[in-house]
Design a protein around this ligand. Structure first.
Ligand SMILES: O=C(O)CCC(=O)C(=O)O
Ligand SMILES: [Fe+2]
Length: 256
């Protein structure tokens, strides 16, 4: 695989210091949508041989689906919409469950290198569980500064993703976040793990400004996009290599 850049911003950075194991749905209906149109998201999962691992991951995915759908009902109410408003956008969702593994670090990161470079998540919402060594996650505040996310044990961190920002016309912000490398001076070089469920609406769901988030003073800020097209665009940017850089940035890079 090409180096993973500071994922999704489309600017070149040294690769993230992480490994990722991704799974999708495991109960895939046999219809055109799942087998053809959205097939990239419904490839068979490639599991390790441990049956307990598989059982746990499948059960975890199902629980995250349920929690995410509950939250989408809460979101609808908070946005003065009928509780079931988002259901038809998410009933054939293309969500992924990922385990992020950040290996122990025995040498300093390169300049500009992170465990996870600054990015926003692609979908509607993310349910994040910092499973091991929770420190390191930071969110960007409105003034551009970075703040540590303090994990409350037993809770999930919920990120608003790009599609919710588009739906709400930026009333809700798609949070810029990153995971900083451990600071070796203080001996914090331990490995880290997090588990994230990214609720990504149906591949063909059209994401348009919600009726309750626009008026004469707040015209829609974004063009209509499908969830699948937005995902593809962000995913392509995540894997940008130096060769893909526009000429101007490649030139400035080679002077560095
Ligand atoms: O590991 C973390 O705490 C954050 C991971 C993350 O932002 C992501 O997987 O999108
Ligand atoms: Fe993220």
């Amino acid at each position: 695989m090409p180096p993973r850049s500071s994922h999704s911003r489309g600017d070149y950075t040294p690769p993230d210091l992480m490994e990722r194991f991704t799974t999708g749905r495991s109960d895939i209906p046999d219809d055109d949508y799942h087998r053809a149109r959205a097939q990239n998201h419904f490839q068979p999962n490639r599991w390790p041989s441990d049956p307990d691992f598989v059982r746990t991951a499948v059960a975890y995915y199902a629980e995250m689906e349920r929690l995410a759908s509950d939250l989408m009902r809460v979101f609808a109410r908070a946005l003065a919409l009928p509780e079931g408003y988002f259901a038809p956008f998410c009933d054939r969702h293309i969500s992924h469950l990922v385990a992020n593994y950040y290996p122990a670090q025995h040498q300093s990161a390169a300049a500009g290198q992170f465990r996870a470079g600054a990015h926003t998540d692609f979908g509607a919402l993310t349910l994040l569980h910092p499973a091991r060594s929770p420190r390191g996650l930071q969110v960007q505040a409105a003034d551009g500064g970075w703040e540590d996310v303090v994990h409350v044990p037993g809770s999930f961190i919920v990120n608003i993703g790009d599609l919710m920002a588009r739906w709400t016309n930026d009333r809700w912000v798609s949070t810029m976040h990153r995971v900083v490398p451990p600071v070796s001076e203080s001996g914090e070089t331990a490995d880290r793990m997090s588990i994230a469920f990214f609720l990504q609406p149906n591949d063909d769901a059209g994401i348009d400004c919600l009726p309750t988030c626009t008026d004469a003073e707040h015209p829609p800020l974004y063009e209509s996009v499908t969830s699948g097209a937005h995902y593809q665009m962000k995913s392509n940017r995540s894997w940008i290599g130096k060769k893909d850089l526009p000429a101007a940035s490649a030139a400035s890079e080679s002077q560095a």
